[in-house]
Design a protein around this ligand. Structure first.
Ligand SMILES: [Zn+2]
Length: 92
Protein backbone atom coordinates (compact mmCIF):
# COMPACT_ATOMS: atom_id res chain seq x y z
CA UNK A 1 0.00 0.00 0.00
CA UNK A 2 1.42 3.33 -1.09
CA UNK A 3 0.36 6.68 0.29
CA UNK A 4 -0.10 9.05 -2.66
CA UNK A 5 -0.90 12.77 -2.65
CA UNK A 6 -3.86 12.77 -5.05
CA UNK A 7 -2.87 14.62 -8.26
CA UNK A 8 0.37 15.44 -6.42
CA UNK A 9 -0.79 18.80 -5.10
CA UNK A 10 -4.26 18.18 -3.65
CA UNK A 11 -3.03 17.48 -0.16
CA UNK A 12 -5.45 14.53 -0.04
CA UNK A 13 -3.29 11.52 0.72
CA UNK A 14 -4.92 8.31 -0.45
CA UNK A 15 -3.80 4.70 -0.10
CA UNK A 16 -3.06 2.99 -3.42
CA UNK A 17 -2.57 -0.74 -3.79
CA UNK A 18 -1.34 -2.09 -7.13
CA UNK A 19 -3.56 -5.14 -6.97
CA UNK A 20 -6.71 -3.73 -5.40
CA UNK A 21 -7.00 -0.06 -6.27
CA UNK A 22 -7.33 3.19 -4.37
CA UNK A 23 -8.65 3.34 -0.80
CA UNK A 24 -10.23 6.46 0.64
CA UNK A 25 -10.72 7.35 4.28
CA UNK A 26 -13.96 9.08 5.31
CA UNK A 27 -14.07 12.62 3.89
CA UNK A 28 -11.34 12.06 1.30
CA UNK A 29 -13.70 11.57 -1.65
CA UNK A 30 -15.40 14.86 -0.75
CA UNK A 31 -12.02 16.59 -0.50
CA UNK A 32 -10.99 15.22 -3.90
CA UNK A 33 -14.25 16.36 -5.52
CA UNK A 34 -13.76 19.84 -4.05
CA UNK A 35 -10.17 19.88 -5.31
CA UNK A 36 -11.36 18.99 -8.84
CA UNK A 37 -14.24 21.50 -8.79
CA UNK A 38 -11.79 24.18 -7.70
CA UNK A 39 -9.70 23.65 -10.85
CA UNK A 40 -7.19 21.44 -9.07
CA UNK A 41 -6.55 19.15 -12.02
CA UNK A 42 -5.70 22.12 -14.28
CA UNK A 43 -3.34 23.44 -11.59
CA UNK A 44 -1.77 20.00 -11.25
CA UNK A 45 -1.31 19.80 -15.02
CA UNK A 46 0.38 23.20 -15.34
CA UNK A 47 2.54 22.40 -12.30
CA UNK A 48 3.61 19.18 -13.98
CA UNK A 49 4.43 21.09 -17.19
CA UNK A 50 6.55 23.51 -15.15
CA UNK A 51 8.37 20.59 -13.53
CA UNK A 52 9.04 19.03 -16.94
CA UNK A 53 10.37 22.32 -18.33
CA UNK A 54 12.57 22.70 -15.24
CA UNK A 55 13.89 19.13 -15.70
CA UNK A 56 14.58 19.84 -19.37
CA UNK A 57 16.46 23.02 -18.45
CA UNK A 58 18.55 21.16 -15.88
CA UNK A 59 19.34 18.38 -18.38
CA UNK A 60 20.45 20.95 -20.97
CA UNK A 61 22.63 22.70 -18.38
CA UNK A 62 24.23 19.39 -17.38
CA UNK A 63 24.86 18.60 -21.04
CA UNK A 64 26.44 22.02 -21.59
CA UNK A 65 28.59 21.58 -18.46
CA UNK A 66 29.77 18.18 -19.76
CA UNK A 67 30.64 19.70 -23.14
CA UNK A 68 32.55 22.52 -21.40
CA UNK A 69 34.51 20.02 -19.25
CA UNK A 70 35.37 18.07 -22.37
CA UNK A 71 36.73 21.24 -24.02
CA UNK A 72 38.73 22.01 -20.86
CA UNK A 73 40.20 18.49 -20.88
CA UNK A 74 41.12 18.90 -24.56
CA UNK A 75 42.89 22.20 -23.88
CA UNK A 76 44.76 20.53 -20.97
CA UNK A 77 45.94 17.86 -23.39
CA UNK A 78 47.18 20.42 -25.90
CA UNK A 79 48.88 22.18 -22.98
CA UNK A 80 50.81 19.02 -22.06
CA UNK A 81 51.74 18.53 -25.72
CA UNK A 82 53.01 22.11 -25.71
CA UNK A 83 55.11 21.37 -22.59
CA UNK A 84 56.67 18.37 -24.26
CA UNK A 85 57.92 20.49 -27.18
CA UNK A 86 61.27 21.55 -25.65
CA UNK A 87 62.00 17.90 -24.93
CA UNK A 88 61.18 16.90 -28.53
CA UNK A 89 63.19 19.80 -29.91
CA UNK A 90 66.14 18.90 -27.67
CA UNK A 91 66.33 15.48 -29.35
CA UNK A 92 66.24 16.80 -32.90
ZN1 LIG B 1 -4.17 -4.64 -1.82
Amino acid sequence: MNRINFARISGVVVDVCKGHGTFLDPGELHAIVQFIHGGGLERARSRQLEDLREQEKRALEAERRLARDRVRKDSNQSLSIHHSWPFLIGHE
